[in-house]
Design a protein around this ligand. Structure first.
Ligand SMILES: Nc1nc2c(ncn2[C@@H]2O[C@H](COP(=O)(O)OP(=O)(O)O)[C@@H](O)[C@H]2O)c(=O)[nH]1
Ligand SMILES: [Mg+2]
Length: 301
């Protein structure tokens, strides 16, 4: 299966639940106020967010008034273009600066942090980079074991302590070890729930501070992992994590499991944080750079 077909397959639920509705609105050819209002409703119920939906609909109305959009075919083309421009340009994880490039991964429990780290490690390895994983989710022994399995599968090394130990100390050791071994990339896993007396956000702030002690410009990337199936909840999580540790990019997982892939627009529009990666399945290859044109094309085709 081609790369693009796999993406289409991963987005099948959203295509069905969202784009097919959009197409049914445009089915009758004529474009009038009623059609545009119906479109706005579909956009909102697909988790695109009220602001992004209003922006799309207002510019569509404007185009209709000016006679630039006359029928459903041109409305659909306009919609596609508008969606791409709302998403902005693609902004993948870019490695820069002195080694190691440190990615601190945050997000609530179960969103797919560890899996995303595994997939990302595998990709970096296939691109020829050396990778070290830091097991700072010390809450359960199983979390450390899960990361170890991904390290093995991807050919990354790992730094771990016993379960229950200090997550910040693990992160520090991971970076020190990577510096010593001249490793290119460090990816730090963290817990998504409260497991000590200090609240999760305080814990994460401490991890970040200690990371900066080991390496002043690190973490170069604070990657927030959010689960697309949680809809508007993902937005709230992003706000909270951003306030605590300053999120630089989002990985949006489980897009294959939702009909509400519109959440990707809301994240971009409401938060202004770039969506760097999307998860479209549980497999090692099911993590993609988020490319707006490709994403919208896969939804519509
Ligand atoms: N369908 C699907 N499942 C995913 C995706 N990413 C992660 N998962 C699954 O979500 C579950 C929780 O993932 P995990 O990485 O343990 O989450 P964590 O608690 O944030 O570390 C696992 O069963 C993963 O296989 C994705 O993109 N699509
Ligand atoms: Mg985990």
């Amino acid at each position: 299966m081609s790369f693009f077909d796999r993406l289409k397959e991963g987005l099948a639920k959203t295509r069905k639940g969202f784009i097919e509705k959009v197409e049914s609105v445009f089915m009758y050819g004529a474009i009038d106020e009623e059609v545009v209002n119906e479109l706005e409703e579909i956009l909102i119920t697909s988790d695109i967010g009220v602001h992004a939906a209003a922006e799309i609909v207002n510019s569509l109305k404007d185009k209709i008034k000016k006679g630039a959009v006359k029928d459903s075919a041109s409305a659909k083309e306009f919609l596609k273009k508008e969606m791409v421009s709302l998403l902005g340009s693609s902004s993948p994880v870019v490695l820069f600066g002195e080694k190691p490039f440190v990615i601190l991964t945050v997000g609530v429990n179960g969103v797919g942090k560890t899996t995303t780290i595994g997939k990302l490690a595998s990709r970096f390895r296939s691109e020829g980079h050396s990778v070290l994983l830091g097991a700072s989710d010390t809450f359960r022994a199983a979390a450390i074991e899960q990361l170890e399995i991904w390290a093995e599968r991807s050919g990354a090394s790992i730094v771990k302590h016993q379960s229950g130990s200090d997550p910040a100390a693990v992160a520090y050791d991971a970076i020190e070890s990577a510096k010593h071994k001249k490793i290119d990339i460090v990816i730090i896993d963290t817990a998504g729930r409260l497991h000590t007396k200090s609240p999760l956000m305080e814990e994460l702030k401490k991890v970040k501070r200690v990371v900066q002690k080991a390496m002043p410009h690190a973490p170069q990337e604070v990657l927030l992992v959010v689960d697309a199936t949680t809809g508007q909840n993902a937005l709230r999580q992003a706000q909270i994590f951003n306030e605590a540790v300053g999120v630089t990019g989002v990985a949006l997982t489980k897009l294959d499991g939702t009909a509400k892939g519109g959440i990707v627009f809301a994240i971009r529009k409401e938060l202004g944080i770039p969506v760097r990666l999307i998860g479209i399945g549980e497999g090692i290859d099911d993590l993609r750079d988020f490319v707006p044109e490709e994403f919208v094309e896969a939804l519509f085709s």
